[in-house]
Every structure is written in C-alpha cells, then in structure tokens.
Design a protein around this ligand. Structure first.
Ligand SMILES: [Zn+2]
Length: 467
C-alpha cells in the first residue's frame, strides 16, 4: 500500500491510480529566466524520487514537465538585456537540461514549452469565455473567481472574505490579494505577442500549465507536484481553469515539497547564500552528493542546506561506494547463505514500506545503511560467500535505481567530447531537429558508440575500445 499526503484533502491518502499500474504525473517545470537554484532542484529531486519510487513499485509513469518560456519574468529579463525572448530563454533551457542530467533527474516523457502551445491555451480560454467563467476587459481576458464556487479548495482560502471586484494582472501575487486573474494579457508595447482569435497578446502563467497538462495527460490525471510556493496562486488557478473548462476533477493527488533554506536563512542573492548547481560545482561539490543531500530530508520538511550537511552527504554516499568496492574487489569462497537472502528481504520491505509511507526517505535510508553495517560485519567475520557478494551488490544497485546517487559505471570512461556530442543529440531531439539528431548518431556510430533511447534516457554501448 502506498500513501501520500494530499494537499487537497490535507491528509494522508492511499494512492490509487486512475488506470491500474499506470501513473500520469505533471510537475511544474522551470521558468527559464535564470539558472535554477538549489531550492528549485530540491523540488525536481523530490519529484524524481517520487517517480523513481513509483516505477520501482511497478507503475508505468507518464511524466510531463513544462518549460515556462513566456511569462512576466522571462519577458522582463529579455527586455533588460535587449534580446528576443527566444534568445534569452535558450541559454537557461540548455542549462536546465545540463543541470538535471548531472543531478541524474530521470528525463520526463515530454517537456512542452509554453511558446509552442499558444493555440491550446487560446482554445481553453475561448471555452472559458463561452461557458461564462471568463470575461474580457481592455483586451485582456480574466477568470471570474466568483463563478467558480470551489475556488480556494487547494490553498484553503475563503472566497467569501474576498473583495473580488478587482483584477490582478501579475502572474504572482499573495493570498490576501486573491482576485480575478489574467488568462490572456492584451498586447503591450515592447512585449512579445501572438495574434489569435481572442486578440493579440500573450498567455498568463497559470493557463500554460492547464493547457499543457491536459494536452499530454488528459482532463483528469493522477498526480500534480510543485513546491509549496506553487499552491497559491498557481495551482489554485490551474484547478479553477481546468475544472471550469472540463467539468471534471483536474488532479487526484497534489503533492508539494517544502522550502529550502541555507544556513537557517532564506536564500537570497543579496545575502550571498543563493546557490545554483554551477556555484556549488565551482566549490568542487559532486552533483550526486548534492542529490543525496537534497533527497535525504523528507519533502514536507524545511531543508536546511549547509556545507557541513553536504560533507555528511558525501560521507554517506562514500559509505555505499566503499561497501560496493568491498563486495566487488575481494574474493569470497564459493556458495551462498540463506541469512543474506533474509537480510535483503527485510531491507527491501523496510525500504518500500518507508517510501510507500508518503516518501519517508529516512526510513528507507536507515534500512539501506543498516544492511551495509550488518553485511560489513559479516564480511569481517568471513561469513560472506561469492554468491552473497553478487546478490548484495545487485541489490544495492537496484535500490540505487530509486536513489540514483551512485555514479553510473559507464559515464566515467567516456571521453568528454563524446559526452558533449551525446548531449547535443539529446538537445536536438528535444528541439525536434531529428535530422541533426540522426546525423550526430551516425557520427557517434562511426566513432564506435551505439546509442539506445530508453525510458531513463539515452544509453550508450561501445562497439570497440574507446578513449
Ligand atoms: Zn505550473
């Protein structure tokens, strides 16, 4: 049995997917106006843990993560630099994919970009206008929250206390100023715009996720994630738009991760405690140690990032690596023992039981480190056989399918330029430049590297000795 804390109901619920064995998952992706910071990565890693655990538990997961490449922030950033929106966001989109690859975030099935889904948003907005949930004012279209009595059910704000005669134009605002919000913003001098059936303009942030999630996952899907910051107004507004349009429940389970703070303080650029993955790598931090650290606090607790905690995370990952090294480098007498089978079984039950209890990572990690401790004692007492060592090593790698903190063995032996080429092909594929992607694949093949596209991303195989 798997249980998750559902923000919508405010309690833990047994998880049941709409289609047995399949999970449809939508996670709010990056707004590409800057490099993502470790607080953003905490959310992406919590979502990655959730997804990998569901896969481990036997579910097929369809995962969609949007890319917000047009909104108030991206427009402001492009304007400040005097470049086109596309030019401005391209760099941050590329950085996002590089960073998530380093952090071993399993790729989503789709990364829809807002700018490529304007017709879907316009269709949704027209539907809301037709049904009377939206109205036009000065060329912009607003959602009328008074028309949707369930407004507030996610964030628990009381609409009867609201003065909803005002309208809010900004994408982000506080709970206290809950008002009719912009679905479509009329064309403004100097801003990018699209000429559409609802007039020239550009979408509000919230409608983007409503349009892109339903396009790829259907009108009702299983899980929607984000950070607690997204609960209001972003997710509240998504629910209003989607449910008013379709007349069906939008999402069954809403999961939100808590904030990340640094040295006990809110992260901010002015305080100098604002870190991107790039900043930490400059300080020689290993992305997988960072991954371990960001995963190892329960997602509904505030995570306090410190460099001491990063050192501890490194030591923990090293313990797993040392254990595997012991198993793989020593020679053990032939045979196997039933006590190891039992130990593995117990560990697996605790690991699954922990993560199945609203992703209780502490229980899962304790189970793994207990196993390592007990097995290390058995190694010292010379009670481990060759078969046991193999089973233990395979088991730890299996759990790492969920944790993903061990370096993939193959990565280390690929020359840098080949890694770059594989990345360039991935980018080309994402940009739907299939001709270019195919050309790179052929080049790699000539260099003796065959590529295989799997659900965990691209895998490679050396057809001859490389490097
Ligand atoms: Zn979103």
């Amino acid at each position: 049995m798997i249980q998750f804390f559902n923000t919508l109901s405010g309690g833990k619920e047994t998880f049941r997917s709409i289609v047995p064995g399949e999970v449809k998952l939508y996670t709010c992706g990056p707004t590409v106006y800057d490099y993502a910071h470790i607080g953003n990565f905490r959310a992406y890693l919590f979502e990655d843990l959730l997804k990998r655990f569901l896969q481990f538990a036997g579910y097929r997961v369809s995962h969609v993560m949007n890319i917000t490449d047009v909104d108030d922030k991206t427009i402001k950033g492009a304007e400040a630099q005097g470049v086109s929106l596309e030019h401005y966001t391209a760099k941050f989109i590329q950085a996002f994919f590089e960073d998530t690859r380093l952090l071993r975030v399993a790729p989503a099935d789709h990364y829809p970009r807002a700018t490529e889904h304007i017709p879907d948003m316009v269709r949704l907005i027209r539907g809301l206008l037709d049904k009377g949930y939206a109205y036009v004012k000065d060329g912009s279209v607003y959602f009328s929250i008074a028309k949707f009595p369930e407004y507030g059910k996610l964030s628990k704000i009381r609409t009867d206390e609201l003065q909803s005669t005002e309208r809010v134009e900004d994408d982000e605002y506080e709970k206290e100023s809950a008002q009719d919000f912009a679905l479509w913003k009329a064309r403004k001098e100097g801003e990018p715009f699209w000429d559409t059936a609802i007039g020239p303009g550009r979408p509000g942030w919230h409608i983007e996720c409503s349009a892109m999630s339903s396009k790829y996952l259907g009108e009702t899907f299983d899980i929607h994630c984000g950070g607690v910051d997204n609960i209001f107004p972003h997710h509240e507004n998504e629910i209003a738009q989607s449910e008013a349009y379709s007349g069906h429940p939008f999402v069954n389970y809403w999961l939100h991760c808590h904030h990340l703070i640094v040295n006990g303080e809110k992260m901010s650029k002015s305080k100098g405690n604002h870190f991107t993955l790039r900043d930490l790598r400059q300080k020689q931090a290993d992305p997988l140690d960072i991954r371990f650290l960001l995963l190892s606090t329960h997602y509904r607790k505030v995570l306090n990032f410190t460099f001491e905690a990063l050192d501890q995370a490194k030591a923990s990952v090293q313990r797993i690596k040392d254990f595997l090294y012991e198993l793989e480098s020593r020679s053990f007498p032939a045979g196997d023992s039933p006590s190891i089978t039992k130990l593995i079984q117990e560990t697996q039950e605790k690991f699954i039981g922990g993560l199945g209890d609203d992703l209780n990572i502490s229980v899962a990690l304790t189970a793994l480190f207990e196993l390592i401790k007990k097995a290390n004692i058995l190694i010292m007492e010379e009670k481990i056989r060759a078969g046991d060592a193999e089973t233990l090593s395979a088991f730890v790698y299996r759990l790492d399918g969920v944790l993903a903190v061990l370096p993939a063995k193959q990565e280390a032996s690929l020359p840098e330029e080949v890694v770059k080429k594989i990345e360039r092909r991935e980018e080309a594929r994402r940009a739907k430049q299939y001709g270019l992607a195919d050309q790179i694949r052929k080049e790699l093949l000539q260099a003796g590297i065959a590529l295989e596209d799997t659900k965990d991303g691209v895998r490679w195989k050396a057809l001859k000795k490389i490097g």
